[in-house]
Write a protein that binds this ligand. Structure first.
Ligand code: GCU
Length: 600
């Protein structure tokens, strides 16, 4: 157990160079100060705020936030006279000038902060797309790669009571060796896309913890608590007042306490998303969290929630803001999207293709919606590149760190539609074993592709499936592959005795665009696809879940068709303005059927 926890924490350190503190995963009950709001920005396509004219990193870059000290001083930028952008928020939808912009934008926020004695202070970012260099008062704190996971830096020694300036260079340029790589089917929204805040902690504090049911158990809680600071060998207790639980453990010299106890708990499920108030208490600190307890496992081709076979009635969701477009980030966005999924009859969502914001996960926890969480190992990643692997491992580590105590998360997905090769297989196997080491309690999957065994049979025999718990498969019969009725004659086979989630299917339709059932882009064509799809899906004996592509239309630079797409992928069952398309009701009817049957 101790080695497992050490592996867990060390997995999170490489990306932050300044102060070696793991991700602070829960700020509930901590003294925090939000830095959200308007930030001054400098758009810097040539990165002249970072490099000198010899393209060498300059010691005198924009991170110095310099001001002329005399009339003769030469300073060629001034944050305080520059435009502002709202944080959290992508830059693309805040001003038309930046709609297609991919490059560097410098952000500056000034603030005062009186730190209480014997405390530590951290600056926390919910996410920054894609590469962030972070400075406080002209000093480099560190950098972070990956646009969809949180990171924090310690600023205890650098912060002053007044006149602090936090400067972040955010660069969303796509790179071949990055994760995701050059080609995706979603908008590359850049910026400080999620909340930024200061977090104050005691000198020795509860840095991280995992409190979950042991895999396959419905009453045995296992996990750990990790303290950070100088007084590490402390008593640590886990309290669940409503369940009459108070358990005390002793942290070792590294501040690590393994926890292990039995408890009689009401189990979390979509029907009853029970969350318990849980207190993690040390002598010098205490955090409160809302945690649900449930077991998730597979048995043959079944998926078992709390020991009972379950069908995952799902839908895919991109982190596109409902009704306004742009990167979604707020609790309201999450509630809107998840309420639409519930209206469809879903008890499950596939959050594609990257970790969504924490509000999404915590609302899913509260609303009783199971979650497939995925990292953006999407299409053709640079499999042979060790730095790309390290980057993917880090993003996986960060999302598991943030969400490991959320009952809603049932599946970690390590990839989407990746081409078969030995390099790809070893890359993804590495991620799978990393995830299993970090979190032995959840299921592993990936969205794979299928091939035709013969013109009537689809086959799932991707070698990757050997290492997964749940098979994910994307198919577009009726859209990229033939016409809708083609699904009628198709059967499915799998090389593996494992449950299948059909992780994508569907087709495009512009809301309000009507015609006959074979006219592309019409609601009738999309409806036609779904009617034939459902017929085919019902015939797959090992199917245990579906997540059609996709709940709501979303922006994509790969979709320019004028008057129809206009840079929107129109495969939503709901338009970007919240209008339900005909296919929405076809899916809803089937999910109602399944729900009634599951109640029987
Ligand atoms: C792919 C892919 C999605 C994409 C969808 C589409 O399967 O996984 O990211 O948006 O198909 O083509 O609409």
């Amino acid at each position: 157990m101790k080695t497992l926890i050490l592996v867990f924490l060390l997995a999170l350190v490489p990306c932050v160079r300044a102060q070696q503190v793991a991700l602070i995963t829960n700020t509930e009950g901590r003294k925090t100060m939000s830095l959200d709001g308007q930030w001054h920005v400098i758009v810097d396509p040539y990165e002249s705020g970072y490099y000198d004219y010899r393209y060498q990193p300059s010691d005198n870059g924009y991170f110095k936030n310099a001001k002329p000290k005399s009339k003769s001083d030469l300073i060629e930028y001034d944050f305080d006279k520059s435009a502002t952008l709202k944080v959290p928020g992508d830059w693309n939808t805040q001003t038309d000038q930046l709609f297609f912009y991919e490059g560097t934008v410098w952000y500056k926020k000034s603030f005062d902060y009186q730190r209480r004695p014997d405390t530590r202070l951290f600056v926390y970012f919910g996410a920054a797309n894609y590469f962030a260099d972070v400075y406080l008062n002209g000093e480099k704190l560190g950098q972070h790669e990956g646009g969809f996971t949180p990171f924090n830096f310690e600023v205890t020694k650098l912060v002053r009571d007044t006149g602090n300036f936090l400067v972040v260079k955010v660069d969303n340029k796509r790179r071949r060796d990055a994760v995701p790589t050059l080609m995706t089917d979603w908008w590359n929204y850049g910026g400080l896309t999620r909340e930024v805040k200061l977090i104050e902690t005691p000198a020795t504090f509860v840095n991280d913890y995992m409190v979950q049911l042991q895999r396959g158990s419905r009453d045995h809680v296992t996990g750990w608590v990790k303290l950070a600071g100088d007084k590490l060998t402390q008593k640590v207790s886990v309290r669940i007042p409503e369940a009459g639980v108070t358990k005390t453990f002793t942290a070792d010299g590294s501040g690590l306490a393994a926890i292990d106890f039995n408890a009689d708990l009401k189990l979390w499920s979509p029907e009853n998303p029970k969350l318990y108030e849980v207190f993690i208490e040390a002598e010098t600190d205490r955090v409160r969290d809302l945690i649900g307890f449930r077991s998730i496992e597979t048995r043959g081709t079944d998926i078992l929630l709390n020991g009972q076979p379950i069908f995952l009635r799902g839908v895919c969701i991109h982190e596109e803001a409902p009704l306004r477009g742009g990167r979604a980030y707020s609790r309201e966005d999450a509630v809107t999207l998840l309420s639409w999924a519930k209206e469809l009859g879903a008890n499950f969502v596939r959050l594609a293709h990257y970790p969504h914001n924490e509000f999404m996960i915590r609302e899913a926890d509260r609303m009783g919606i199971m979650v497939w969480s995925e990292i953006p190992v999407y299409w053709t990643i640079q499999w042979e590149n060790p730095a790309t692997l390290e980057n993917a491992r880090n993003q996986l580590g960060e999302v598991i760190a943030r969400d490991k105590n959320r009952a809603a998360i049932v599946i970690w997905s390590v990839a989407n539609e990746t081409p078969l090769s030995d390099a790809r297989l070893s890359f993804l196997r590495n991620l799978i074993s990393h995830a299993r080491t970090l979190d032995p309690t959840r299921l592993l999957s990936a969205a794979m592709e299928r091939h035709y065994l013969d013109d009537k049979t689809q086959m799932i025999d991707d070698p990757l499936a050997e290492y997964l718990d749940v098979l994910g498969c994307n198919e577009y019969v009726g859209w990229y592959d033939g016409l809708p009725e083609k699904a009628d004659g198709l059967g499915w086979k799998s090389k593996y005795q494992k449950p299948l989630v059909m992780s994508e299917f569907g087709g495009d339709a512009l809301f309000g665009h009507h015609g006959d059932a074979l006219t592309r882009w019409t609601e009738e064509y999309q409806e036609n696809i779904y009617q034939h799809q459902i017929g085919m899906l019902k015939r797959i004996p090992f199917l245990r879940g579906t997540s059609p592509w996709i709940l709501m239309d979303f922006r994509s630079p790969r979709r320019p068709l004028p008057g129809i797409q206009d840079f929107w992928n129109r495969k939503g069952l709901i338009s970007d303005r919240g209008e339900r398309k005909k296919a929405f009701y076809v899916m809803k009817r089937w999910y109602q059927e399944l729900q009634e049957r599951s109640r029987m």
